[in-house]
Write a protein that binds this ligand. Structure first.
Ligand code: NAP
Length: 483
């Protein structure tokens, strides 16, 4: 009886996508692994058909069936219109961990050749600014919400350590901008520091993201696994791919409890699409990660080794520095196929263990506090008044309110009570109101008091949104102004 074939959803994608996906599929076929493909559509063609998400329902149904996707890059309309189909896919199937490994490759000359770089970025893949929650606050001021959850941080931190253990790695850095974004980026740092002691075999260090970028350019060999937030990880992983030869060599896996999606880090590179020039290595190595994920570890090692042998034999793709006679996409693919079964002279196959993901928690994840209190409200107001004039007007309006004006900031900088520093102003003010007379036995600011204040302020000013000032377990849970 023949073994049942493992079903995989294939999204060829846009630009160079079909060329590099075809390359990877030809190699997987040559390994003899029993797989069956469901070819589906996503990206530019779906957008052109008027499917606003860029992901047709048939594609979603296929992924729900197969739970494993090999995909080419999908184009994103920049700066207008539709949301990225890539982000939608990751969100829809909660592929919360984006694993992006890079390592020194034979024959791929870089400024770091000989330093044996072997770095993995573990990027949170769902939250952060990529949730794409944005508003024009005034005609000239835009806002984007950076949402980071304790649950999201816990999942990505545990995945980073599980991954480090599975690959017998020694060190995990957590890279954040927690010195500035103390609550959002700080949540990842604190969660990392809380869970790190559960993995005593792994050295755990926190590093600020800007220093991390600097250190990656100066002494990248100190890094092993780096766990970070979505936006930071997106940028850092392009940087690390540049250290080892460029985007053409950088594979990735989007890992979730139900569905995993394997794709190159690069995009659709429209400038070289259809020219048989694209380097298929990133997608081929992504396919190797996929094979490992579906339990075909030997085939995964064979594919990786065949790529290394192709590079060792002197094949050079068009994206490599100083290349004279580039190997085409199809020639490179044929060479990898003919190398299946051969072993690299410089890099032996590794032993990989299964990455043990923490089980998914069902239902709404709640983090509770023993005590909580609302101490005031920030009202975001549009105005062309100078700060002192705006403050005088708001104080007059709020005379009878249970809340009093405490401060005003403009783009985060304090402008009232006035700072002596000159601040370049825009017509978007954060006006902080706090309890007028908290007394010794402080209570909550109630919704009725906030709504009363809003109706007085709103009668004279346009307000865009408000934020309650909350205390959880006696700790202020909002940012102060940057004076
Ligand atoms: P890109 O497609 O990655 O291309 C940037 C440049 O990198 C290309 O112009 C090309 O440079 C080189 N390159 C990338 N991959 C290569 C390969 N396999 N072989 C040879 N050279 C390669 O980035 P982009 O131009 O910023 O983005 C283009 C589109 O892709 C956008 O719509 C973007 O939203 C989308 N995108 C999708 C994904 C995804 O689906 N996961 C990821 C990133 C971007 P040369 O100029 O040297 O030829």
């Amino acid at each position: 009886m023949t073994a049942a074939k493992r079903k995989i959803t294939i999204l060829s994608g846009d630009g160079i996508g079909p060329e590099v996906v075809d390359a990877a599929l030809a190699i997987v076929k040559a390994t003899g692994v029993p797989v069956e493909y469901e070819n589906c559509e996503a990206g530019a063609r779906a957008f052109q058909k008027g499917i606003v998400t860029g992901i047709p329902n048939e594609t979603i149904e296929s992924i729900e069936r197969t739970r494993v996707v090999l995909k080419g890059p999908l184009e994103t309309p920049i700066g207008y219109g539709n949301r990225s189909a890539n982000v939608t896919l990751r969100t829809l199937f909660e592929t919360y961990g984006n694993i992006r490994p890079v390592r020194e490759l034979p024959g791929v000359q870089t400024a770091f050749t000989g330093r044996k770089l072997d770095i993995v970025i573990v990027r949170e893949n769902i939250e952060d600014l990529y949730a794409g929650i944005e508003y024009m606050q005034t005609p000239g001021v835009a806002e984007g919400l950076k949402l980071i959850s304790r649950e999201g941080c816990e999942k990505i931190v545990k995945l980073a350590f599980a991954f480090a253990i599975a690959e017998e790695r020694k060190r995990v850095h957590c890279a954040t901008k927690s010195n500035i974004m103390k609550l959002t980026e700080g949540l990842l740092q604190h969660t990392f520091e809380e869970f790190a002691p559960q993995y005593p075999s792994i050295e755990a260090r926190h590093i600020l993201i800007d220093n991390c970028a600097h250190q990656l350019a100066m002494r990248p060999e100190q890094f092993d696994v780096i766990v970070t937030t979505n936006m930071n990880g997106d940028i850092l992983s392009d940087l690390t791919s540049g250290l080892t030869g460029g985007l053409g060599f950088a594979p990735s896996a989007n890992i979730g409890n139900d569905v995993s999606i394997f794709e190159a880090v690069h995009g659709s590179a429209p400038d070289i699409a259809g020219k048989n020039k694209a380097n298929p290595t990133a997608l081929i190595l992504s396919a190797a990660m996929m094979l490992r994920h579906i339990g075909e570890g030997k085939a995964a090692n064979d594919v990786e080794q065949a790529v290394l042998v192709a590079l060792e034999s002197g094949l050079r793709t068009s994206d490599m520095i100083g290349v004279q006679n580039p190997t085409s996409t199809t020639e490179f693919t044929k060479a990898v196929i003919s190398n299946l079964g051969k072993r690299s002279k410089v890099s032996a196959p590794r032993d990989y263990r299964k990455v043990e993901l923490p089980p998914a928690k069902l239902g709404v994840n709640v983090v509770s506090a023993k005590s909580r209190r609302v101490t005031g409200v920030d009202v975001y107001v549009e105005s062309d008044l100078e700060p002192n004039a705006l403050a005088a007007s708001l104080e007059t309006l709020a005379t009878a309110s249970a809340l009093r004006l405490e401060m005003i900031t403009n783009r985060g900088a304090m402008v009232f009570p006035s700072s002596s520093r000159r601040v370049s102003l825009v017509d978007h003010f954060r006006c902080r109101f706090v309890q007028r007379d908290p007394g010794p036995d402080v209570g909550d600011v109630g919704d009725a008091e906030i709504l009363a204040l809003l109706s007085i302020v709103g009668a004279q000013y346009r307000w865009m949104h408000i934020e309650k000032l909350q205390e959880f377990d006696g700790k202020a849970s909002f940012s102060k102004s940057q004076v």
